[in-house]
Design a protein around this ligand. Structure first.
Ligand code: SAH
Length: 365
């Protein structure tokens, strides 16, 4: 099989072109086409000689995943189910904001972490995504926006889709570097947000290799409860995890985001709010409360509105910046893993499973 050209950074592409006897600027031209212009064929590359386009086509693939289902709500949040070359399905979600779009991307097929509230966990872990499979989600979103004639730019990428980004570390970092590269996609680093369930060693590695905006999925204010919700908590106690968060550079003095799914009668009482406040009182964080997104296969419920607001009110009263992830009132399967599950079940899960736009968290604006 031909290697997919989206796996490579500019230096590597320059070298490929050099091997084909071409000057370095040809590499830059090709790179511009596959990033800024979101090209899907060498034929589109009108400033390259035809013979070179043919040579490239013989050596490399530019194929993208196949869009197998698209759901769009009335406010424009669009969820894509994408079929990879080996038939696996992943999801990405495009979210309109005031003056830009945010794209939520997946980093793995399935997930090995087994968080009890997450649908992706139910299907277990299949495999890591390749660099080009991560990048392709961005290319598809860019093409989609272009085809729709959308004026607003795609400006934020959040690594909050399926999978644990830090468990696919090497590919994640390479994808981040390609996305940041000014000669190509040119995403600002503070607009690339990595969300993690808290793989501490990898947090330290990322702090060194590519410190981005960080969102930590906490979901519980003490170890006992966190261990029940997230098996990874058995490995990393909160003390160690919060130290790692403190040690993680804040991109341009932004705040780290703490994600906290509010689950009815599990972690949503004022006692929990108090514990949470004590953990983060003196830290520059933003707590993003995420009302649990129910699903027939998940054992929890969403708290009532007043309880969610009371939880937020308490944290605010303690001087902690706290937001609630907005429901966009849509009928799309937007919580982590839900669209994929629908596609895999051949659309057998009805739309009634209370579906919300997720993933407004984690962006530092
Ligand atoms: N593994 C990474 C990224 C994927 S999960 C992490 O843990 O951060 C990212 C987010 O998906 C979670 O923080 C949560 O915000 C969301 N999520 C997963 N299942 C959900 C559910 N049932 N309801 C609401 N949000 C959910």
């Amino acid at each position: 099989m031909k290697p997919n050209l989206r796996n490579f950074d500019l230096e590597e592409i320059r070298n490929f072109l050099k091997d084909l006897g071409e000057p370095p600027y040809r590499g830059d031209q090709v790179y511009h086409w596959i990033t800024c212009k979101a090209a899907i064929s060498f034929d589109e590359m009108s400033n390259l000689p035809k013979i070179l386009r043919e040579k490239l086509d013989k050596a490399f693939s530019l194929s993208l995943p196949e869009l197998v289902e698209l759901q769009r709500d009335e406010e424009g949040t669009t969820k894509f189910a994408l079929k990879l070359e080996d038939g696996e399905i992943i999801e990405s979600v495009l979210i309109p904001e005031r003056d830009h779009f945010t794209l939520c991307v997946s980093t793995q097929v399935g997930c090995a972490l087994g968080c009890t509230f997450c649908l992706t966990a139910k299907s277990g872990f299949k495999r890591n995504l390749k660099v080009y499979e991560i990048i392709s989600q961005v290319v598809l979103a860019k093409r989609y926006l272009k085809e729709k004639g959308e004026e607003l730019p795609l400006r934020n990428i959040v690594f909050m889709g399926m999978g644990e980004p830090l468990a696919n570390y090497k590919n994640l970092v390479k994808a981040l570097k390609i996305l940041e590269d000014k000669r190509g996609f040119n995403f600002s680093r503070k607009r690339l947000t990595v969300s993690t369930a808290g793989l501490v060693e990898k947090m330290y590695e990322l702090a060194k290799d590519f410190p981005t905006a960080l969102a930590l999925s906490l979901h519980a204010p003490n170890d006992e409860l966190r261990k029940k919700l997230m098996p990874i908590a058995k490995k990393y106690p909160l003390k160690v995890l919060i130290k790692a968060l403190k040690d993680f550079p804040r991109v341009k003095n932004g705040r780290h985001t703490i994600e906290y799914i509010l689950i009815k009668n599990i972690n949503d009482s004022l006692i929990h709010a108090k514990e949470l406040a004590n953990l983060f009182k003196k830290m520059p964080v933003k707590i993003n409360l995420i009302p649990f997104n129910p699903h027939p296969e998940l054992p929890y419920e969403r708290p009532e509105e007043e309880r969610i607001l009371a939880f937020q009110k308490y944290l605010l009263s303690q001087g902690i910046l706290t937001t609630i992830r907005k429901s966009k009132g849509l009928k799309i399967s937007a919580a982590c893993g839900q669209l994929r599950r629908r596609v895999l079940n051949h659309f057998s899960i009805p739309n009634s499973c209370d579906l919300k736009a997720t993933i407004r968290a984690g962006t530092i604006s």
